[in-house]
Design a protein around this ligand. Sequence first.
Ligand SMILES: Cc1ncc(COP(=O)(O)O)c(C=O)c1O
Length: 419
Amino acid sequence: MIPAAVRQSGGQAVAFDVAKVRADFPILSEIVHGKPLVYLDSANTSQKPLSVIKAMDDYYRHANANIHRATHLLSERATGLYEGARKKAAAFLNAADPHTIVLTKGTTDGINLVAQSYGRTYLTSGDEIVLSWLEHHSNIVPWQIVAQQTGATIKVVPINDAGELDLEEYRRLLSPRTKIVAVGHVSNALGTINPVKQMIAQAHTVGAVVLVDGAQAAPHLPIDVQDLDCDFYAFSGHKMYAPTGSGIIYGKAELLEKMDPFQGGGDMIKSVTFEKTVYAELPNKLEAGTPAIASQIGLGAAIDYLNSIGREAAAVYEAELLRYATERVSAIEGVRIIGTARNKASVLSFVIDDIHPHDIGTILDQEGIAVRAGHHCAQPVMQRFNVPATARASFAFYNTKEEVDVLARTIERVIEIFS
Ligand SMILES: Cc1ncc(COP(=O)(O)O)c(C=O)c1O
């Protein structure tokens, strides 16, 4: 099913030239174990288009210097490119002001920043943090750490057998004690798209602050932080065609303003004496030390790339790919899809009776197919479905129905081998 967020008005088909797009990703022509690569692990990390690789290469050839500090031309170039990435990220999320975008190493880094700089200061004993059963460990463990530090407690929104949040229970969990809600926009283990806009509005009625983990949404869905009215929104560059080490967290200005840094160092101060340090203005006060300059420049290039191919057309194409993959794979006898939410993005998790997902992953790999097999850093989801692990095929707009056919045929082969 095409998520409402990406459906075109009038429902007409949107043109998307997958062959042209594939040519932008050099690694997709790789041969592995003598077979053409079928890369179905983009939820883990996506591949990078040439324009991103080139942006980093250009930076190292023509602009490599530290940012914000030096008076020479290369530093000016590097600073311009780095700050340019911030502006592009702001536009990507429709944030009104680039100063509300803190550049991070990725989603984990952003969530830990909020947990420590906001949570540790403003949570006290008796306060509650609401998470969901679908969360990635990155959106669980930082809250457990801050709960231990402050005496706050964690409440968890359950999920149904399809992998959808129980929204009635969510409403019941919200109370004046709820100070933070931290929820994923799209589940990495199951692909469920959560109704975050509605959840944010409900959390605000009890005065809670909402952080959205957008790691799996940023590569697939249009995101508008003003429309969502979220307080924080985090994503990782490497899952959306940018290099590892890049990412952002958006925060409402009034919240970022009242957060003290949780890391100190260079580039985040106005003045330092042994008696007193005055922090820099936003966003620098929350970006201590030399950042991953080339990676963030690569993130800017990835955003340009996404805009150039048309995010909406790509999302419609991906939705059809997921529909097709679900139909093909669920038709295979012995395969059980884990995560059958009505609203899903780009993830197909499955198990096969009596075959361990690692064995599935290993045999698929021999045929050139890269999937992830494991708990996907979401052990509570595995516990909920009573499985140790799943095999997960995750799709990007550079995948094709022919690749889905190769996947389905090879899964059938796996079953034959073990029968
Ligand atoms: C939903 C979700 N949240 C957070 C993360 C953590 O992202 P990173 O490791 O890039 O910080 C991931 C990574 O798989 C994820 O899928």
